[in-house]
Write a protein that binds this ligand. Structure first.
Ligand code: 5GP
Length: 194
């Protein structure tokens, strides 16, 4: 998605440890006009897929998922990062290792909001090692729901997540795929991807 790639080149900041900061338009301040274009593009790419629910993970997936949901006409459910040790029996839960925080946490979704018969599209901001998406896919599996696909705003193609998700047979659409990024020169190379 050209508009997104141009914006990443203009405003993205490369940090050590393979982290791309996009706080000025995606992860802290949010450019809603851009979000709308992202939402439209997800709809275009998944036009042939029947979905009735979008599932994302707090916090940074929520804004993108909500704007995208306008184009699909479906509700959004977000997996919560559980802070308490007592997990009640009325939730689906799995463990996720965080790329940015370097720790493991539980994510939960209430059984009320995900179940058999649901056709679910996963949405998230970044794909790095694939742990967040794998966790969300696991919740869909636990719920007995159908996984229709996964939409990612920025995939870091040089990390293992994209290959791992595709190898599982999950339909993955990433709107921008970073092939390489150089912290010293600030150069970002994108994979051809429409
Ligand atoms: P994964 O689980 O695929 O390793 O990492 C995905 C999650 O980590 C995303 O939900 C995102 O919040 C965060 N993340 C991974 N890499 C980056 C990055 O380069 N920049 C930012 N801002 N977040 C990242």
């Amino acid at each position: 998605m050209k508009l997104l790639e141009d914006r990443i080149r203009k405003d993205g900041v490369i940090r050590e440890g393979n982290v791309l900061k996009v706080d000025s338009f995606l992860n802290h301040q949010m450019d809603i006009e851009l979000f709308r274009e992202i939402g439209k593009e997800f709809k275009r790419r998944f036009a042939d897929v029947e979905i009735n629910k979008i599932l994302t993970i707090e916090a940074s997936g929520i804004g993108i998922a909500c704007v995208a949901a306008e184009y699909f006409g479906v509700p959004v459910v977000f997996a919560k990062k559980n802070k308490t040790k007592n997990i009640a029996g009325d939730v689906y839960t799995t463990r996720v290792e965080s790329f940015t925080h370097g720790r493991v946490f539980d994510i939960i979704v209430s059984k009320q909001f995900l179940g058999k018969g649901d056709k679910v599209l996963l949405i998230d901001d970044f794909l790095a090692n694939g742990k967040a998406l794998e966790g969300l896919a696991e919740l869909v599996h636990e719920a007995g729901a159908e996984l229709a696909g996964a939409g990612i705003v920025i995939e870091k193609g040089f990390q293992r997540g994209g290959d791992a998700i595709r190898a599982k047979g999950i339909r993955l659409e990433s709107l921008a795929i970073v092939e390489s990024m150089d912290e010293k020169t600030g150069t970002i190379v994108f994979r051809e991807n429409n």
